[in-house]
Design a protein around this ligand. Structure first.
Ligand code: UTP
Length: 289
């Protein structure tokens, strides 16, 4: 069965980016001039997804508005003859069908995914986290979909991390099946680097079978008192095969300040209009140090 639906949880509080996120959802903070969430929705579209399900919370309505039409703004741009800007705005509204469901309390990522159960139904689905931007030759989600279409099982995105980053991620232990492919054996959420020999971190792209919902429903709160998606996937791996795929591409963790700045510089350097002045600016800054 072709996977058509993607869940994007956006109900987190974004405390690491306060005060910026006091009234502005962190998903709308821009990398150059495009909100983070738009890159992630674009990746879903480019991977063949046709419906996005946002799991939202209070103060997050502007995320849905971003993917809606904006008649007043469009009218002004039309009157001013700003054709390119107008075209860009219309493209965002036409990108994909968006539906949403509320997570009434931020009880964790696992709970957020569970909130999308009725909208997903009994079919495999994708999950994308907007904290993770992945610049890849073939969209990261597409890479996972190719594995899941072949194996008909759940697949999660993996990245090898250095020792000092182990504690920030869910870490997978698994059997290597191929160049980049693993069968997941166990998972642990944010371990101390001495607690595991594995350095394979789970990055926010997943293809999940619908059996995950029953497991999340039964899950007890894990680390931080939240219902963790990692715990649900670890349970799933005890019943069904779960694969991990070390995707090709550059990953930016923009939920973290350093990652956010790295992404801003890297994405600016990809832009024809900004590349030269940014390079000159960066050289100047380094020379002065
Ligand atoms: P994070 O762990 O990064 O939490 O969530 P957060 O609240 O967004 O940010 P910080 O850590 O306080 O700065 C990972 C993803 O899961 C979503 C978030 O929106 C983010 O996309 N999430 C998390 C929910 O939708 N609901 C939750 O209860 C928790």
């Amino acid at each position: 069965m072709k996977i058509k639906k993607a869940v994007i949880p956006v109900a987190g509080l974004g405390t690491r980016f306060l005060p910026a996120t006091k009234t502005v959802p962190k998903e709308l903070l821009p990398i150059v001039d495009i909100p983070a969430i738009q890159y992630v929705v674009q990746e879903a579209v480019d991977s063949g997804i046709s419906e996005v399900i946002f799991v939202t919370g209070r103060g997050k309505d502007s995320i849905e508005d971003h993917f809606d039409e904006s008649p007043e703004l469009e009218q002004v741009l039309e009157q001013r003859g700003q054709k390119e800007t107008l075209k860009g705005l219309r493209q965002i509204a036409a990108m994909i069908e968006v539906v949403s469901v509320r997570q009434k309390k931020p009880l964790g990522l696992g709970h957020a995914v569970l909130c999308a159960r009725d909208l997903v139904g009994e079919e495999p689905f994708a999950v994308l986290l907007s904290d993770d931007l992945i610049d890849a030759p073939s969209p990261c989600l597409r890479q996972l979909l190719e594995i899941s279409e072949e194996k008909k099982e759940s697949v999660i995105a993996l990245r090898r991390v250095p020792d000092h980053e182990v504690q920030r991620y869910g870490i997978v232990q698994g059997k290597q099946l191929g160049d980049r492919l693993y069968e997941v054996e166990s998972m642990v959420e944010k371990p101390h680097p001495n607690e595991t020999t594995s350095r394979l971190a789970i990055i926010g792209r997943y293809i999940l079978r619908p059996e995950i919902f029953a497991l999340l429903e039964r899950a007890a709160p894990g680390k931080g008192g939240e219902i963790q998606l990692t715990d649900g996937i670890a349970d799933l791996a005890r019943q069904k095969k779960v694969y991990g795929y070390e995707f090709e591409g550059e990953h930016y963790d923009i939920g973290d300040k350093l990652g956010f700045v790295r992404a801003t510089v890297a994405y600016a350097l990809k832009r024809a209009d900004l590349k030269k002045p940014i390079r000159e600016y960066l050289r100047g800054v380094i020379d002065r140090k």
